[in-house]
Design a binder for this molecule. Sequence first.
Ligand SMILES: Cc1cc2nc3c(=O)[nH]c(=O)nc-3n(C[C@H](O)[C@H](O)[C@H](O)COP(=O)(O)O)c2cc1C
Length: 137
Amino acid sequence: MGSILQRLIYTSAATTPTGSLINLATILAQAQRNNDRDGLTGVLASHRNRYIQVLEGPAPALDRLLRLLESDPRHRDMILLSREPITMRQFGRWAMASAVITPRQGAALDRLVDHDDLTPERVIRIMLDALDAVPAD
Ligand SMILES: Cc1cc2nc3c(=O)[nH]c(=O)nc-3n(C[C@H](O)[C@H](O)[C@H](O)COP(=O)(O)O)c2cc1C
């Protein structure tokens, strides 16, 4: 019996340009190496110089990563959008996927923010759409 799976979603303000491939590649390489070790999966995207990340995995591993993220100078102003138990992973194929947000998906995210309607399900749908993947359910 593994520990209980949880999923968390947060956004943060990037302190270095998110369009820089070297910045992104460095974060992704770290994330993939550590997440693979820690049983975490998820997706990272950026939009309007903010990061949005979905993380799935055992609660203790999520707690440890949150502490590291909170003191990482590459971003600030973390806002936790949701943290809840899940029965299955949506991003189980990726230690950390990198989603490129198209203008259409960006507009959809903006609409959700404008209407204060950024639910986990909607965020996940946009991320899966950006990865060209279908929801697992
Ligand atoms: C936006 C963002 C997302 C990140 N995502 C992860 C992640 O999913 N997993 C991870 O281990 N580190 C992630 N990091 C890096 C951590 O904050 C931290 O630097 C790293 O885990 C330290 O790893 P190390 O001890 O191997 O150097 C992320 C950093 C940023 C800025």
